[in-house]
Design a protein around this ligand. Structure first.
Ligand code: PLP
Length: 360
């Protein structure tokens, strides 16, 4: 068996130890005689798996007691609708910060449910920056302020938590959740799909301050009503049981690595290897402003895009896959989430240097 270095933006690489453990437990979880996939979500075995996953995630993120943690479905694109349905709370609209493809999608969807005030946009920079907080034109009556903490496609990431006064701050953290410590108390709500940094696609995490619950629009489907899900321990409907189990194994793995500060150090070291090289050569370049560069998704361009195909082919042959950039921005993108070992990034940089020597 050969495992590749998988630079996919999502669904993305998982820690090998997690996959091995899942394989070991596939047919018989802890003497139950069943796979986790076959268990009733109301049985004591799965209830224990669910409770452990929740308590580990709470511990890793130091989630305060007045926040509910929900395991939902529908992904972040689903949340683009469930969020305004649950959180407009009778107000006219919400503020959104436009930093790229994912925030644009959030904005488009939210417009169906209320007035959207785009309080700041990075469109002028070609989405290579985060608009400085001083430039935001916030509405004090907004239901919430929405940001995308890491733009997975453009590769820009917030390296600060914006102060937005009494209006709840909401973040789509799909692609940087658990990559570093976060002060949850600064947010009204955090959401994210699991398939970047947590586990299999199909599970969606919502962390919400409890005083914001209970004012959903009457047409909100029960399965996506935060209050109803909170009241039912995220089991109003059948939850994505196997995805929750794998997420629990990943949370355990992160804890064993030393938690989120250890993850942050590991991620900084990996990203520095790549960005330092990109800054030192003229053969490749990073399009993103230095202080906004993502530690998770590193887009880069070859000086001569006619070489893109040869670059990708050579990388594939060397066991490095999924480096093609998103079709909307072109070039390359290396996604280096928690589970990407530093050896993978070293191998990529060595390959890039070699490719430059041969084609530069
Ligand atoms: C991947 C991603 C999404 C979309 O997630 P789905 O699971 O396809 O709904 C939304 N926002 C961000 C920041 C993402 O990285």
């Amino acid at each position: 068996m050969t495992r590749v270095f998988n630079f996919s933006a999502g669904p993305a690489a998982l820690p090998e130890t997690v996959l091995r453990r899942a394989a070991d437990e596939m047919l018989d979880w802890h003497g139950s005689g069943m796979s986790v996939m076959e268990m009733s979500h109301r049985g004591k075995e799965f209830i224990a798996i669910h409770a452990e996953a929740e308590s580990l995630l709470r511990e890793l993120l130091a989630v305060p007691a007045n926040y509910k943690l929900l395991f939902m479905q529908g992904g972040a694109i689903g949340e683009n609708a469930f969020l305004p349905m649950n959180m407009m709370r009778g107000r006219a609209g919400a503020d959104y910060i436009d930093t790229g493809e994912w925030s644009k999608k959030s904005i488009k969807e939210a417009k169906k449910y209320g007035k959207v005030n785009v309080a700041a946009s990075a469109a002028d920079s070609g989405y290579t920056t985060i608009p400085p907080r001083e430039s935001w034109k916030l509405d004090p009556d907004a239901a919430y302020v929405h940001i995308c903490s890491n733009e997975t496609i453009g590769g820009v990431e917030y390296h600060f938590t914006p102060e937005v006064g009494n209006v709840p701050l909401v973040a789509d953290m799909s692609s940087d959740i658990l990559s570093r410590p976060v002060d949850v108390s600064k947010y009204g709500l955090i959401y994210g799909g699991a398939q970047k940094n947590i586990g299999p696609a199909g599970l969606t995490i919502v962390i919400v301050r409890d005083d914001l619950l209970g004012q959903a629009h009457p047409l909100t489907p029960d399965a996506f009503n935060y209050k109803l899900q909170a009241d039912n321990d995220s089991m109003l409907n059948t939850p994505p049981t196997y995805a929750i189990y794998i997420a629990g194994l990943v949370f355990n793995w992160i804890k064993a690595q030393g938690g989120l500060s250890a993850m942050a150090a590991h991620n900084r070291a990996k990203a520095a290897l790549l960005y330092d090289y990109l800054d030192a050569t003229a053969f490749y370049r990073s399009p993103v402003a230095r202080d906004c560069r993502s530690l998770m998704n590193v887009p880069f361009k070859l000086k001569d895009e006619a070489l893109d195909e040869a670059f990708l082919k050579g990388a594939q042959a060397a066991g490095m896959v999924q480096l093609k950039g998103h079709r909307s921005v072109g070039g390359m993108r290396a996604s280096i989430y928690n589970a990407m070992p530093i050896e993978g990034v070293r191998a990529l940089v060595a390959y890039m240097q070699d490719f430059e020597r041969r084609h530069g």
